[in-house]
Design a protein around this ligand. Structure first.
Ligand code: FE2
Length: 463
């Protein structure tokens, strides 16, 4: 049970069955930075992300809305009710002081107190009841926002929107995990851009890792930017591709003990892995894989995805490479060279390509496509050092453990980061199913190293 709980989905639930840790009353509410979004912006974002939630769930059958009890998924019916509850809890109840819409809502949907394995056995409302509850909450939020929004309330609206962003991504990969049919209304990714091989050089120097109040809404684990020293390094211009990963599989890499750490080998032995989880068979020089409920050809030049940290680590040992630290990842994404090229300049970009908000030319995010593009795509999104696709396509595992920055203090949603420090690895950059609000280059995602159900790949550094 303890071991199982350790792999229970850490994001977006962050649930660990710890009771009473979300504070409902704050005597002094400090101002927290926000994006500065207007009330109209917030209402628009709420409706837009709810459209995604519905798009990924409304076509599911009653059985699929419950689904099998697995440590890495939630019942969909529970999960979407929980999304509505989270909005209600932090905005209508916490920020505005309203009474609960459903009396037993906390007992059903508080992920901090409702143990994961019990979520299949709750007296949840039926499909219409859950969707109706979500709509009721959204309508009340919309009404409230019609009267404007205070700075302190804005923080909680932004928290709820990002929380729904996380669950939208989780719903997308849940459909892959459970082999449900591909979601309607999403366009397939183009497959013509090809490979993007080679390394780029990043000079060493001082780097300010983390976020600042000027970055707008930030999660507690990003606080605050602090200076560190980075040694010069060489990093791949693009993530590892399916073709590059296939070479490791075909070389028997899953059977060679020396490529694996002891924990990685123990995972491999436990699950019997001899290839990435959804890969099926080799046909000539092409592999097939299970994509949703179908079998598809594996795109050779798309980034490998649905590999866990152990598989990334083993590939690196085989290829005589290594994973970047999260500081290296951030410097490669957001740094610029000093004029003489000898060190990192005292500059930190907002996005790899500069200040402009992301477009489809920069990054494959926000379910613009139903899958990853080839690694040579999105040239307009290159960093100053020539790293492509630092944002979007696939999350990238880093070498770094998920640890608090110095001076860490939990934000009101106390279970967001704190319970998971030191047991997760950091991922950066966002995936094709990640919203632009989370696929920002300062956001620290985190999962246990055995998770191969999340939309993660990796890029590597030269030794
Ligand atoms: Fe959640």
């Amino acid at each position: 049970m303890r071991v199982q709980r350790a792999v229970v989905v850490p994001l977006p639930d962050r649930d660990d069955g710890r009771p009473g840790v979300i504070r409902t009353i704050l005597m002094i509410e400090p101002l927290r930075p926000t994006s500065g979004a207007t009330a109209d912006d917030l209402a628009h974002q709420l409706h837009e992300i709810r459209g995604r939630t519905r798009q990924l769930t409304e076509d599911l059958s009653t059985d699929q809305l419950m689904g099998p009890m697995l440590p890495i998924v939630n019942p969909v019916l529970w999960e979407i009710g929980h999304v509505g509850w989270f909005h209600e809890y932090w905005t209508l109840r916490h920020a505005h002081g309203e009474a609960p819409l459903i009396e037993r809502a906390d007992r059903l949907w508080n992920s901090s107190t409702v143990a994961h394995d019990t979520r299949w056995d709750l007296d949840l409302p039926d499909r219409n009841g859950v969707f109706g509850y979500m709509s009721d909450v959204l309508n009340r939020q919309t009404d409230r926002l019609g009267g404007g929004v205070s700075e302190s309330a804005r923080y909680f609206y932004e928290l709820g929107i990002r929380h729904e962003d996380m669950h939208v991504e989780a719903l997308a990969y849940m459909r892959q995990t459970l082999g449900y049919r591909r979601p309607d209304g999403l366009s397939d990714a183009g497959r013509t851009a090809g490979p993007w091989p080679g390394d780029v050089s990043v000079p060493g120097g001082r780097w300010r890792l983390g976020s600042t109040p000027a970055d707008g809404f930030v999660f507690d684990n990003e606080k605050w930017a602090h200076e560190i020293t980075v040694a010069p390094f060489r990093i791949a211009a693009a993530p590892v591709t399916n073709a590059e990963f296939a070479a490791f599989v075909e070389a028997g890499g899953y059977r060679v003990r020396e490529f694996w750490s002891s924990h990685g080998w123990a995972w491999r032995e436990r699950v019997g892995a001899d290839r990435p989880v959804y890969w099926q068979q080799r046909d000539g020089d092409r592999w097939t894989w299970r994509r949703y409920a179908e079998v598809d050809e594996l795109a050779p030049h798309a980034p490998v995805m649905f590999v866990n940290w152990y598989e990334a680590e083993a590939w690196c040992r085989w290829a005589k490479r290594r994973l970047p630290t999260e500081a290296e990842w951030e410097a490669a994404a957001l740094g610029e060279p000093a004029p003489d090229g000898s060190r990192l300049a005292d500059v930190k970009r907002r996005w790899p390509w500069g200040d402009a908000p992301p477009t489809r030319e920069h990054a494959n995010i926000g379910l613009a496509h139903n899958g990853p593009l080839d690694v040579a795509a999105c040239a307009a999104g290159d960093s100053a050092f020539g790293c492509r696709q630092m944002i979007g396509n696939v999350w990238e595992w880093t070498a770094s453990d998920f640890v608090p920055f110095a001076g860490f203090a939990a934000d009101p949603y106390e279970d967001y980061s704190q319970p998971w420090f030191n047991t997760r690895k950091v991922l950066r950059g966002g995936a094709w199913a990640t919203s632009a609000r989370l696929a920002n280059p300062r956001y620290r995602n985190f999962f246990t190293p055995d998770r191969n159900d999340v939309i993660a790949g990796f890029r590597t550094c030269a030794l």
